[in-house]
Design a protein around this ligand. Sequence first.
Ligand code: ADP
Length: 460
Amino acid sequence: MDNYSNLTVIGSEEWCAFEDLGTPAIRARIDSGAQTSSIHASDIEPFIKNGEEWVRFEIHPLRESRKVIIKNECPVVAIRKVKNTGGVSERRYVIKTKVTIGQEKFEIELTLANRDAMGFRMLLGREAMNERFLVDPSATYLLADYTDSQIHNFYKSVKKLNSGLKIGLLASNRELYSNKRIIEAGEERGHTITFLNIEHCFMKMDATQPEVRYRGGSILEELDAIIPRLRPSMTHYGCALVRQFESMGTYCLNEAASISRSRDKLFSSQIFAMHGINVPITGFAKSPQDTKGLIEMVSGAPLIVKLLESTQGKGVVLAETNKAAESVINAFKSLNANILVQEFIKEAGGKDIRCFVIDNKVVASIQREAQKGEFRSNIHMGGKASVIRITAEERRLAIKAAKVLNLPIAGVDIIRSNKGPMVLEVNSSPGLEGIEGATGIDIAGLMIGAIEKKLKYERK
Ligand code: ADP
């Protein structure tokens, strides 16, 4: 080592990159007191692969962000006894990998240290310095220095790759209880949940390169899954977006076709009838000339008139007499509203049952009871929720209703009639607040679990 002119001068701290370890930038302390270089790793776990000893470990390259976790597997080249700073001897795995420091790229041996190397994620030892570098201990970052935002950019994709699944929550209001819970439950399980406002998404239809872009123009990165939570007014555009994600190979927890089918009260009642699922007798006609016939069909008043677009019970009317029924039906029709006429299940006494179905299982059920003097049990109509044990028949009915609509996630509303349980409606974006509140069940977590299962994602 007599020709120093070939050596690169480095500071006492420099940035290193390990391309094979998926680590584009990590601060190293240059430590000529140590022979071998070491990197801070956690969850170090040996295993046998093809008869050879390997080691699995995680690198947390940024001291300031515990969220950036990079998982790696490498063959073990040696196990070395090393005295730690406390003088206690430990066994450490040694791996070999390529490192880049400034313009230099070379093979390096690294011991995996399961403790912070004096606050540094990495120590560069004498071995690595050999005939390459000359240290100027008074300087730092002579070869390169990065700003926080550069570092952030380096790790943007890494973070998502390694911290679980990338899930998009396609909805309208991130402040809604249900949406907040889904985000929380996903993050709790180590996934990255991106809130996507439906109205801020736009798409490119293309046979080979379909895209979804977000307001501002950026192309959405590839997502593993989408949880659509479409409010009724967003059904059409929301379903188009969900279809777009489907065409890009993203798993959608409730497919577009199933959502739009479930939103069409007529279509879904036809599907239920086809599959022998009991519903209250329902009539539908386009022309006001058939109003009398409709009323007769459901055995006369009292009867229920529903706006097809109704939600939260707002478009549901109880007509007590045939005369009243006729006027209500004709009034709606004169406004060109789409309605259906339905037998009134009086014996339900203003109660109905909401079953939350996930993957063909009823995971929670509540009874909703209407306020005094009201027949609609919707929570928005002042209904009260309480936990209820449902019968085996009701359970089967709820599961079947979700299944024939092909909905892995469904809120199935059941009403108890003298003729047995009947399906009132199936909701493809069922709310979580009332049912989690009443039962204490972590439904948001179960929804995330359904995605993990579908994508065969294994959580540690
Ligand atoms: P929405 O989609 O607006 O919630 P629903 O069809 O669920 O409309 O009806 C709202 C509420 O009205 C139900 O939760 C139920 O309590 C009551 N209801 C609906 N249909 C009937 C019926 N045929 N008989 C008795 N009560 C009914």
